[in-house]
Design a protein around this ligand. Structure first.
Ligand code: MLT
Length: 244
């Protein structure tokens, strides 16, 4: 298995395709996708455009849908929810489809949607993602951070490093066997430096600071937890994710 890390959707090579791609948006889209599926959501359908989200979700029974829209960290007017993983309880989300559009996370998923296997990863689901990779044994894996409007995000890279470190620990393999690019090695160094202070790192991260200014302290706390959910969201039809 060769794992490569791309910090943003813009860095993803335009030529070639891996066997498996992992979208990461720790703050907060992929943490929220996992939380919603864990709470019993029927599926997550992602859109880069909010108008398109509203148009498509109109064809779905109102009591069976939730519309989640986020821009700049805030809730989009006209949607039921913003992008907080804490919104998803069994009472609210069970059996409903989450129609979702966020600033960067859903754009990241769109960029990799043609890859044969697309999953999402977060700190909360890190070990489940590692177990999925060990079971499926894809030859090539691209781990793609969502970043923020084209630039690097600490929290996505530390999660990429946590996943690669998990594969190293489980297999005993070295970077020589596993690293598909330099960014894969650098991401593990970031994780090893911060593994016991993930919440602190999220507080230093620029998007973490943006969310704190919007009073989302509890979201940062939630998203910084490692290995709390034993699930893997997987794309089952284009733009639609369910439990693997
Ligand atoms: C995004 O897609 O950029 C994020 O998930 C933003 C957020 O924190 O809601």
């Amino acid at each position: 298995m060769k794992l490569s890390v791309f910090h943003t959707p813009e860095e993803v090579p335009s030529e070639g395709s891996p066997d498996c791609a992992i979208a990461i948006d720790v703050l907060r889209a992929t943490s929220t996708i996992a939380a919603a599926l864990y709470a019993g959501a029927e599926a997550i359908q992602v859109f880069s455009n909010v108008d398109e989200l509203i148009r498509v979700s109109e064809h779905w029974p109102a009591e069976k849908r939730l519309r989640a829209g986020e821009r700049g960290g805030g809730k989009v007017e006209g949607c039921d929810l913003g992008n907080s993983p804490l919104d998803h309880t069994a009472e609210r989300s069970q059996g409903r489809r989450l129609f979702m559009s966020t600033t960067n996370g859903t754009r990241c998923l769109e960029r990799i949607r043609d890859v044969p296997t697309v999953i999402t990863g977060a700190l909360t689901t890190r070990q489940a993602v590692v177990d999925f990779l060990l079971k499926q044994q894809p030859e090539t894996v691209w781990i793609v951070g969502s970043g923020w409007e084209g630039s690097y995000s600490l929290e996505d890279t530390v999660c990429a490093g946590a996943i690669i470190h998990g594969v190293i620990v489980a297999t005993g393999q070295t970077f020589k066997d596993l690293a598909g690019n330099d960014a894969a090695i650098a991401s593990v160094s970031l994780y090893l430096q911060w593994q016991d202070q993930l919440l602190d790192l999220l507080h230093y991260a620029s998007h973490g600071q943006r969310l704190l200014r919007l009073d989302n302290f509890e979201d940062l706390k939630y998203c910084s937890q490692l290995d709390t959910l034993d699930i893997v969201p997987i794309q089952q039809e284009q733009g639609v994710l369910r439990l693997a």
